[in-house]
Write a protein that binds this ligand. Structure first.
Ligand SMILES: *[C@@H]1O[C@H](CO)[C@@H](O)[C@H](O)[C@H]1NC(C)=O
Ligand SMILES: *[C@@H]1O[C@H](CO)[C@@H](O)[C@H](O)[C@H]1NC(C)=O
Ligand SMILES: *[C@@H]1O[C@H](CO)[C@@H](O)[C@H](O)[C@H]1NC(C)=O
Ligand SMILES: *[C@@H]1O[C@H](CO)[C@@H](O)[C@H](O)[C@H]1NC(C)=O
Length: 209
């Protein structure tokens, strides 16, 4: 008796969860993301001009997160929920911002800009977390995404040498901005990314010998 009640409860729970887990980007995300978008429009000045020519920082390979990564994941991971990609975007860029700030001395001319950017990013993350039911964040990730997640959260001294990569702060923020436009399309209707074009780019790439 109690088993079947549990089962029924479980099934009911599943049915109730499905629409919840597929909730689209909430409109509440747009104001904080637009504020971030505004900050990012100054990235050339603060992330290029205030650094030595060709300056790069060391980041985890998985922190180089581009549009091509997104289209590849959409293609390879069946039934990939947009929310999972959005969570990954927050995880990646949290690490990116931290690493950029870490290389800047206290009096670096780009430091206030970067600190402000990070504050705005955290605000957006706070709204993101609040705009979704808590279950969303306990949901198991698809295996390939979980693997990336594990790499990103690995202790730095346990990351193998071959997993580090050098990238310029400006290029990291370029990726940050483009992938934001792609993953939060509801907030950036003029963004250049959509599923169709992303997927076809990838297919074109695969056809190359
Ligand atoms: C994002 O910022 C750019 C300036 O870099 C601006 O042209 C664009 O309108 C902004 N998008 C939104 C949705 O605010
Ligand atoms: C910067 O990188 C470019 C392209 O890799 C190279 O041609 C140029 O010489 C580099 N400049 C300096 C100052 O290292
Ligand atoms: C994105 O793709 C590049 C290869 O193009 C890879 O090195 C990097 O690890 C990928 N990033 C993620 C988050 O999967
Ligand atoms: C994707 O974007 C292209 C232009 O970049 C547009 O022609 C096409 O209609 C868009 N597709 C969807 C599904 O929005």
């Amino acid at each position: 008796m109690s088993t079947s009640v549990c089962l029924l409860g479980g099934l009911l729970g599943l049915f109730l969860l499905v629409p919840v887990l597929m909730a689209p980007t909430q409109a509440s995300m747009c104001p904080p993301l637009r504020t971030l978008n505004d900050s990012l429009s100054h990235r050339r000045r603060y992330m290029k001009h205030n650094f030595p020519i060709n300056y790069t920082i060391r980041v985890h390979q998985k922190e180089v997160f581009k549009l091509s990564n997104i289209s590849r994941m959409r293609l390879r991971v069946k039934g990939l929920d947009e929310l999972v990609l959005q969570r990954l975007w927050f995880q990646v860029n949290q690490g990116v911002l931290k690493k950029i700030i870490r290389v800047m001395p206290e009096r670096h001319p780009s430091r206030p800009y970067t600190a402000e950017l990070e504050r705005r990013f955290r605000d957006a993350e706070g709204v993101f977390v609040q705009s979704q039911p808590a279950e969303v964040f306990q949901q198991e990730l698809p295996e390939s995404i979980q693997n990336i997640w594990d790499c990103l959260t690995e202790e730095p001294d346990r990351v193998p040498e071959s997993s580090w990569q050098f990238a310029s702060p400006k290029s990291l923020l370029d990726n940050f901005l483009r992938t934001m436009h792609c993953l939060f399309r509801e907030c950036f209707p003029t963004g250049t990314c959509n599923r169709t074009t992303a997927a076809s780019h990838w297919r074109t790439g695969m056809n190359k010998p």
